[in-house]
Design a protein around this ligand. Structure first.
Ligand code: SF4
Length: 342
């Protein structure tokens, strides 16, 4: 008998997905803002939401971060942090023109896709970028090679793609898509473009794939799946879709436990719980408390992968932290020398 099939003592149980919540890129981006606030003091400007989560953004705002939409809103010469979703090269140029001190918190796995776009554009490929129109990550990646990139927003778009040379075309993707839907889109593209090349390595990141995989495991046993995450979080929204596709009778996205409607739980014996890659785990714990108050006291964690990846902080920030540490050491040495000379 699997953990997911274990019988609850109360008749009401929770299957808690693992991995869930923060990925390495989100962890790094949030830490970047926190460390910048410690190092330089408030306010610190952040272009776009650092990660797509309401709670994270409002917590950082309380600590002194100011979120803006564009570089023009940042005072000349100030520090600006670019979000985990990445930016187009023109955004770096704008920052330079305003003498902004930019700290780039783009997730290294998004940067990898940017590098692929640059490389294939330099080799004069047509690039079919599978992703959601208007999403910041897609705007940033397309901005690397606008003359070479065409957006393919889902399987239906595959039928209308036009390329210059069907033997010189590659697909890349946004990192937070549905794995299954992307495979379907690629299959449809390949029916029309048999020579279509695949990215050198998966663009959909490990965190997106892992969170979808565990949801697929638990969903068939769930009457309802609660996904903690914000509506503008692509990977969180995908988890709701994956849960439904995998057999959950219902699935809902909530930012906070208080948004859970008791009607969703009526008649439910098994509730699945997971969270998107930009969600701190205390929000999930609040959901478990909320469910426990309604009789769902037996919680079984279902684990399908062990994640250990972490990323170093952006080098601009590390340089600033090192300079500050050196200054402190010099001041301490000067104080010690003065004291010794007394
Ligand atoms: S979801 Fe993936 S690509 Fe996006 S920040 Fe997390 S690790 Fe990076």
């Amino acid at each position: 008998m699997t953990e997911a099939q274990a019988t609850s003592r109360t008749g009401k149980r929770v299957l808690l997905a693992k991995p869930r919540g923060y990925c390495a890129g989100v962890d790094r981006a949030v830490q970047t803002v926190e460390e910048a606030l410690k190092l330089y003091g408030a306010p610190i400007y952040v272009r776009k939401q650092i990660v797509h989560n309401k709670h994270v953004v409002s917590t950082l705002e309380r600590q002194g971060a100011i979120f803006v939409e564009e570089n023009e809103e940042v005072p000349e010469g100030a520090i600006v942090i670019f979000s985990a979703h990445g930016v187009a090269p023109e955004v770096y140029d704008q920052a330079r023109n305003r003498s902004l001190r930019a700290i780039d918190a783009t997730c290294p796995l998004v940067t990898k896709v940017h590098q692929e776009a640059r490389r294939f554009a330099a080799e004069d490929y047509d690039i079919l970028l599978i992703g959601h129109e208007g999403h910041e990550e897609v705007i940033g990646t397309a901005g690397e090679a606008p003359a070479h990139v065409q957006l393919v927003d889902g399987p239906e778009d595959a039928d209308t793609v036009v390329v210059r040379d069907p033997e010189k075309v590659v697909w890349l993707s946004q990192t937070t898509l549905s794995v299954d839907e992307t495979l379907e889109t690629v299959a449809r593209l390949k029916r029309r473009l048999p020579m279509l090349q695949s990215p050198p390595s998966d663009d959909i990141c490990y965190a997106t794939s892992n969170r979808q995989h565990v949801v697929k495991e638990i969903a068939p046993d769930c009457d309802v799946v609660i996904v903690v995450g914000s509506r503008n979080s692509s990977n969180s929204v995908r988890l709701v879709e994956v849960a439904l596709d995998a057999g959950a009778r219902a699935a809902h996205l909530v930012d906070y436990a208080a948004e859970i409607d008791d009607a969703w739980l009526t008649g439910a014996a098994t509730v699945g719980v997971t969270s998107g890659a930009s969600v701190p785990d205390d929000l999930v714990m609040q959901v478990l408390d909320h469910l426990a108050e309604r009789g769902f006291t037996d919680v079984a964690e279902v684990t399908t992968a062990d994640e250990r990846l972490s990323f170093a902080l952006p080098r601009e920030l590390k340089r600033g932290m090192k300079e500050a540490a050196d200054r402190r050491a010099q001041e301490a040495a000067a104080l010690a020398a003065t004291a010794a000379g007394r």
